[in-house]
Write a protein that binds this ligand. Structure first.
Ligand code: IVH
Length: 689
């Protein structure tokens, strides 16, 4: 490569890497896989070594990515205060090749010539880094990595993570820092993404992005519901005088801090390789994501002798596992229109086996990503899952491109109703603007309205299709006008199914205001925002009358949500629909006697975990607990007051309760604690048919 080409490539690589880092750290939405990122970084490191004249202090090879949030959100509210790190928070040199781990070992042995030392092998936890400070045994500060020299102060959020102790026990030092990773278990990640998909919010790409997004939420109560946990793995060497890393970790454990029990001391490369091979397979059975193994030199004096580069310690290396991928053929692309009108390209694939499931469809996200990959119909493509619920296409195998492979054309007209699509400047997605005429959007709104977390009406996609085709229901308020004779005239409907449907419509009239508000499907108003708005304004009339400024006063409401709420009530659809649904008898005010308000304080101060199936849906069970003042947690910890076990409750949770001595109670026992409930499980209300 000549000098000019090298300079061009160096600049290009710096640009690409910087862009991906920003998307990764700031939006939790990386534009490429870790593997691709690391390959490009290595290419840049190689070029900078070969052409030192082009070296720059601000090159991505010399800096850790930054997760620092700018000082204010869209509404102008300050988000996080930045604080300096006492010791810089560095990253680790990483590799995907065993031979580079061998080189690391050989280098260390040479540099430490003749000294006796060992290696501590640990899992590389795939979450988001955190630095905790304990002073006089109390957690006083939690910072994110930030740019390595200063981080965002997320103390209030860290205090909501169930296994981070507020106070320490035993013989702890007066003042020290400890670092580790905040993780979101797969189970919590799947649940969160299901909710986001239901609301047409983009799902998080992986548990790591979900964890870092959750740690940056502005409402600590919301953080508590995300099921995060923490593993600690590093005490900066100069801060305390331990002889070895393993001793430091043992001490931390004795102070009550969460330290991994899977670290092992190894002596030489063979033991290190055995540890790597073991976890490369076993990690698939862990409930959280790991993306490699970290090998650390255990003795502190040896660590000090090896020292640091500007970015990494020389006494540690990370060996990264490649994400599981499969290569298959792209047969075609469907363009799906969601309820908000967003058009998503979805790839149809030749079925392929990947991490235990057969994958036939994968998302391509948006037009830009399709172009970036230069994807063509008939191409062989790589599909990755790595924790995500929706598989994604990560790259194209250009060497296998068949001749005549066709460039897909992203539609300019709505694939459903033919309306020209529009794309706002700041949106990566195309939208169908025919909001109230596009069949997919109409059906999407109905599906959202009837969904479990909204009005919980018993109608699936097939029924909604029938209602739409027969012009029985085109907007949510129509559902309240449907009668048995209309239903029985539709193919496949019988008295029993009609009765069940009408019963659920009738019962939905009791759904509290916050869920009715969510059911309206106002863009960006998910379950949590709906609850916040309902509680703040108390009624739909007050919400509809609120000015932008009044909306912006509500916690977690920024310009985007405020604008969307204001638009909804300014338009005739929103106003008409609310008035028709009021006529149908739905709740449009927070009712102190109904579920959203407090029914009693019977469970005040109790942290409760539920597991299994109950006589009512799990969501109803959660509502009931919250209405009596209980705090719900998704996993069992020493802070759990009790676990309510239903049918088929998870053996893992029960085992944990036994281990921690947490009480397990039945649904009846729970009900008997509540005023006005004698513990009996009641039959559903009589039919209204
Ligand atoms: S030790 C001076 N140990 O991976 C470096 N880091 O890619 C101290 N990570 O920056 C870090 N598991 O955020 C260490 N067992 C482990 C880890 C670990 C995950 C993270 C950490 C680090 C990054 C490097």
């Amino acid at each position: 490569m000549d000098k000019t080409t090298a300079k061009y490539r160096i600049d290009e690589l710096r640009r690409i890497l910087k862009e991906n880092s920003d998307r990764y750290y700031l939006d939790n939405a990386p534009t490429m896989s870790d593997y691709e990122f690391d390959q490009l970084m290595h290419e840049l490191e190689g070029l900078e070594k070969e052409y030192p004249e082009f070296a720059r202090a601000d090159s991505p090879t010399r800096r850790v990515g930054s997760d620092l949030e700018s000082g204010a959100d869209a509404a102008g509210k300050t988000v996080f205060v930045q604080k300096p790190h006492r010791y810089p928070m560095l990253s680790l040199g990483n590799t995907y090749s065993i031979s580079e781990v061998e080189e690391f070992v050989a280098r260390a042995e040479k540099a430490l010539g003749g000294r006796k030392f060992s290696y501590c092998c640990e899992q590389k936890f795939d979450g988001t880094a955190i630095c905790l400070t304990y002073s006089s045994g109390r957690l006083v500060q939690a910072l994110t990595r930030g740019d390595g020299t200063k981080g965002d102060d997320v103390t209030a959020n860290a205090l909501q993570i169930s296994n981070i102790p507020r106070t320490l026990k035993g013989d702890y030092p007066a003042d020290f820092e400890i670092r580790g990773e905040v993780l979101m278990p797969y189970e919590a990640f799947d649940r969160l993404n299901e909710e986001r998909l239901e609301q047409e919010d983009p799902p998080f790409a992986n548990p790591r992005n979900a964890a870092s997004g959750s740690l940056k939420l502005t409402d600590p109560r919301e953080v508590a519901s995300r099921g995060l946990f923490c593993v600690l793995y590093h005490i900066p060497a100069d801060s305390l005088s331990f002889e070895s890393h393993a001793q430091a970790m043992e001490a931390a454990r004795s102070w009550g801090l969460p330290v991994s029990d899977k670290a092992r001391l190894c002596h030489g490369i063979d033991e290190i390789k055995a540890y790597i091979d073991y976890w490369d397979v076993q990690r698939k059975y862990l409930p959280y994501a790991t993306d490699g193994i970290v090998v650390k030199i255990n003795e502190m004096d040896c660590q000090r002798a090896l020292g640091y580069t500007s970015k990494f310690p020389r006494w540690a290396v990370a060996y990264k596992f490649k994400a599981e991928q499969a290569c298959t053929k792209l047969l075609g692309i469907d363009y799906q229109v969601g309820r908000t009108g967003a058009v998503t390209p979805v790839a149809n694939l030749e079925p392929v086996q990947l991490s235990g499931t057969v994958v036939k469809r994968a998302t391509l996200n948006n037009e830009d990503q399709m172009r970036q990959m230069d994807i063509r119909i008939g191409d062989s493509v790589y599909v990755e899952k790595g924790g995500e619920i929706i598989p994604k296409i990560t790259s194209v195998e250009l060497s296998l491109r068949p001749s005549g492979a066709k460039v897909p054309e992203f539609p300019r007209l709505c694939p459903d109703c033919g309306t020209p699509l529009v794309r706002m400047d700041d949106e990566a997605r195309w939208f169908c603007p025919n909001t109230y005429g596009c069949p997919m959007q109409i059906k999407g709104r109905l599906m959202h309205f009837v969904s479990r977390k909204a009005m919980d009406i018993l109608a699936g996609e097939a029924s909604i299709d029938q209602f739409y085709e027969a012009s029985i229901a085109r907007r949510p308020s129509d559902l309240y006008k449907i009668n048995a004779y209309q239903l029985l005239s539709l193919p496949g409907w019988q008295e029993r199914s009609a009765r069940k449907f009408l019963d659920s419509v009738a019962t939905s009239r009791k759904v509290p205001f916050e869920r009715v508000l969510y059911a309206l499907g106002i863009r960006y108003v998910g379950e949590t925002t709906a609850r916040t708005l309902a509680r703040h304004f108390g009624s739909i009339d007050a919400l509809a009358a609120a000015s932008r400024e009044q909306l912006l006063e509500v916690g977690d409401v920024g310009e985007v949500i405020a604008g969307s709420v204001a638009d909804f009530f300014a338009g005739s659809y929103g106003r008409e629909e609310v008035s028709l649904l009021k006529e149908a008898g739905l709740h449009f005010e927070t009712d102190p006697d109904s579920i959203p308000g407090r029914l009693s304080d019977a469970l005040e101060g109790k942290t409760i975990v539920i597991s299994g199936n109950f006589s009512i849906s799990r969501d109803k069970m959660k509502e009931m607990i919250a209405a009596h003042g209980g705090r719900l947690a998704s996993s069992v910890s020493s802070r759990t007051s009790f676990l309510v076990a239903g049918e088929k409750s998870g053996p893992e949770k029960l085992r944990k309760c036994e281990k921690l001595g947490v009480r397990v109670i039945s649904e009846q026992e729970l009900r008997s604690m509540l005023p006005g409930d004698d513990g009996k499980i009641r039959e559903p209300e009589p039919s209204l048919f």
